[in-house]
Design a protein around this ligand. Structure first.
Ligand code: GAR
Length: 210
């Protein structure tokens, strides 16, 4: 990968943007040979957009349309054209709280990843930390995975475990899980950018760790 042709990320988020900040910090420390081409959010006043502006990263709010949990077809097309225009190699979902089903997954087939605050396949979907506490598990964690048409169901790239403490609330547990997320997400992106991630069926292999 030459410096004239960097590996470009398009980061999509709806919330606080702490994963964007961790990824961007890892890039700035030159721990990962990539650049953030664009940050896109479906929430106009989201913190992720403020963080992007503060870090001088190209960013854009795109109105999500009429649905609450997904993008309508016309809107998804705008997301796709924005990401294509930014010459994105990898779409990185970082707290993007809408289900992607159609155009975007087609346009970036095998090139969309997500981070989820549980050890998938346990506790997919919303309120993963509350689900973990309700179930009573002693360990949960964070998962980076490829995105497919299901909910948090694509092939797993990496995971890290986090213990559940007796006095945990969903918030305290989520804060500890986020520390793990901030470590494994930049690592997974670096591995993908470096061509080190191989996929065979549902299993993925990272060559540098074998
Ligand atoms: C992260 O903890 C991520 O795992 C979660 O949203 C948070 C976003 O935090 N994603 C999901 O729950 C997706 N199912 P951030 O905006 O601070 O990066």
């Amino acid at each position: 990968m030459g410096s004239s042709n960097p590996f470009r990320l398009g980061i999509l988020g709806s919330g606080c943007g702490t994963n964007f900040v961790a990824i961007n910090a890892a890039i700035e420390r030159r721990r990962i040979p990539v650049e953030v081409s664009i940050v896109v959010s479906d929430i106009e006043d989201s913190e992720i957009l403020s963080h992007a502006r503060r870090c001088n990263v190209n960013s854009r709010f795109i109105d999500p349309g009429t649905y609450r949990t997904k993008l309508d077809d016309a809107t998804e097309k705008i997301y796709v054209s924005t990401l294509l225009e930014a010459q994105v190699d990898l779409v990185v979902l970082a707290g993007f709280m809408r289900i992607l089903k159609g155009e975007l997954l087609k346009a970036f087939e095998g090139r969309v990843i997500n981070i989820h605050p549980s050890l998938l396949p346990s506790f997919p979907g919303l309120e993963a930390c509350q689900q973990a506490l309700d179930y009573g598990v002693k360990f949960t964690g964070a998962t980076v995975h490829f995105v497919d048409q299901g909910i948090d169901s694509g092939p797993i790239i990496s995971q890290e475990t986090v213990p559940v403490l007796d006095d945990d609330t969903p918030q305290s547990l989520h804060e500890r899980i986020q520390l793990a997320e901030h470590k494994i997400y930049p690592e997974a992106i670096a591995a993908i950018a470096g061509g080190e991630v191989r996929q065979k069926g549902r299993r993925t292999y990272i060559s540098s760790s074998q």
